[in-house]
Every structure is written in C-alpha cells, then in structure tokens.
Design a protein around this ligand. Sequence first.
Ligand code: APR
Ligand code: PHB
Length: 390
Amino acid sequence: MKTQVGIIGGGPSGLLLSQILHLRGIESVVLEKRSRDYVLSRIRAGVLEQGLTDMLRAADVGARMDSEGEVHEGVNLAFGGQLHRIDLADLTGGKSVMVYGQTEVTRDLYAARDAMGGTVIHDAEDVTPHGLDSDAPWLTWRKGDEIMRLDCDFIAACDGFHGVGRKSMPRDMLREYEKVYPFGWLGVLSRTPPVHEELIYASHERGFALCSMRSKVLSRYYVQCPLDDDIAEWSDDRFWEELKRRLPEEVADALETGPSIEKSIAPLRSFVAEPLSWGRLFLAGDAGHIVPPTGAKGLNLAASDVHYLSEALIAHYAEGSEEGLKSYSDRALRRIWKAERFSWWMTMMMHHFPENGGFGQRMQTAELDYLVNSRAAMTALAENYVGLPF
Ligand code: APR
Ligand code: PHB
C-alpha cells in the first residue's frame, strides 16, 4: 500500500488529523491496533475548548456536537462547604466550553471517515515504523500471519502514551519529563441527572471530588483515592457516600445516586517528550504528552497538536514549504507546556496531600480563598480553562 501520511492510532488525534488532511486533498491511512468497538468503549473526559469545537465544525464533524453537546459558561469550585462559581464567559470576554463526551467525538470522527471513504485499518498488530531518517519511510504491521507494508511520505504517531511512535525515536535524542501523582481518580458513570448544571471541582480534607456529566441523563463523578485501592472494595454505595462527604451540604443533598454503568481507577501523571519529531516521524496527542485530568486538557492538547501538524503538512504539499514541519515540535511544545502547567496547578491546588502537612494544607486553603476573591486570579483560571490561543 502507498499513501502520503501514515497515521498510527485511531483515537481522536489520528482520526482528526486524517479528516483534516482529507478535506485538503491529502491522503492518509490510519493503522489502529484495536477493534473499533474497543476504541469506542473507552470512557474519557468531556470538556471541549473552543479551539477544538471550531476544528470539528471546520472538518464537517461538528453537527451532533452542536445538537447534543452543552455549552457551559461557568465552572464551580467547592471548598469550605461553599460553592464558588467561576464565570468563564464574563472573565474571558464571552468564551465558553462545550461539554460533549470524547467517546462521542471519536464516534463522530469515525462516521465522517467512513462517509468520505477514509481508510482506517483495525486490529493492526505490531505496527512498526521504518526509514524515519529517509525521505521514504514505511510502516509494517501484522495481519494474522501476513506482514503488511504501507509506504508513505510522513508518519504521524497518534498512538497514545503506550504507543510505538515515541519509542521508535533514538533514545539519545529524546528527553522525557514526568511527574507521577501519589493518588488516582476513581470514576463512576451513572444514568442519573447531573447534581448541578455545571461542573463542580471540590477540594476537601478527605480528598478531591469532581461532578461532571455527559448529558442531562448521564453523569460522571470522580473521587481522589489511594493508587493501590482495589476497585472491588468500592461498592456503589461506598462511592456515593464518599462523594457526598466531599461536597457542600446543599449539593450532597441534591445528589441523585444510581447504579454505576462504568467504574474504574485511573492514575494521574504529567508527562512531556521533547522533541515531538524526528526525521519524517511526528508525535501528536497523548503520544507526546500526558496531563492529569484536573484541567480537562488531554483532548484539547491533542487538538492543538493536530492543528499545527495538519497546517505544516498542508503547507508542504500545497506550497513545498518545510517551515511548518521544522517548527512543529517547538510550536506545539510552547502550548503543551502551558497546558501542563495549568493542569499541574489545578491538581496541586485541589487534591489532598497529607504529606504536605498542616502548612501545605493552609497554603491550599489560602490559594483557594485568594482565587475566588480576586478577579485577576479567576481570570487567569478562566482563560486557561477555556483554552489559550493556538
Ligand atoms: N499501533 C497502532 N495503534 C496503537 C498503538 C500501536 N502500537 N498503540 C496505541 N494505539 C492506538 C490505541 O489503541 C488508541 O486507539 O492509538 C490510539 C491512541 O488514542 P488515545 O490514547 O485516545 O490518544 P489520542 O488520540 O492522542 O487522544 C488523546 O485521549 O487518552 C485520552 O486523555 C487523553 O483525552 C486525551 C485523548
Ligand atoms: C469528565 O467529564 O470526565 C471530566 C470533566 C472535567 C475534567 C475531567 C474529567 O477536568
């Protein structure tokens, strides 16, 4: 097989890149190691920055999001038994976020690729990049006993944190920066009405909690838990009781509980790989960086990477310009590090760190008290939450 851009990974990054390139007449093939059902079974976050919603609309993939998604002009912090609303629209000159599940974004991207005859190969095993330092790289993968080959001009590794792309870069030129947080998030999905019409990020001495949603009848909740907790020890009743204890009383009293339809514990980490390109290989999305979910930046960072990389590839094919490809890594990393900072800051401010002792907890309380009483501080949170410019 031959194409112009070989894409490893059929998650949001790979699919969005393939869709944008297609609309500009650039061919691509997506190699995804899992089945489509498996990819679409993964529960992920659901807060979309305007930069991403604009990209989806421009790529003819925004219709269902606009009809089923919810525009949120505010977000809430809960601490000291009180709810504090951050008025995103007022503080950012009218910007907002869209609440629409990443799984739905991925589903819409698959539908658009199918409708436009896109090539997404599932169950592609042992995908391996070759000739990255040549001008004619290629990908191989295994289909049963057969070894398949795809010749291409460029390879985009959109294969997530555990993918093969980053690991194919020479170890001596790759720098990796990482912080692993000493706790996890226990998440529950339930067919219940959200406890509040906007998201609530709660800081409590028992631990962090988050009240989010997927729709008016589907809620998503999280509580901070020890990394070594066993999910089997968290019955639904235990989860709901713990969540209520971490929320202001009026919110806890309004909480509608129900059976969990998904329940899992995820670790939190900050991670960045530098550079994001080597020869004809380019990393985009989780392949190049990971953020703790506290700032809702994971999918939105994947979007800005895809924005910069697609622009660079379009300039190469349309104008023979190499400038975008050469500057992709530096350009993407500038926005990535600012989103890493915001996600780290939100995580350090909102979670319970007993190891930081009484002084550390007073610092967190003072930071939250200052934040909700300072328009300047709330503006800083708001402009990061709605998304810094691409
Ligand atoms: N070969 C082929 N496909 C692979 C390989 C491989 N070696 N390794 C991983 N993949 C696939 C995975 O099965 C997955 O479908 O690549 C895809 C990567 O998708 P994501 O992990 O969702 O990463 P990305 O598309 O960058 O989206 C980032 O997803 O993980 C969340 O929080 C993250 O919201 C962010 C978003
Ligand atoms: C979610 O709805 O899953 C969600 C929302 C906001 C976050 C993290 C997760 O910061």
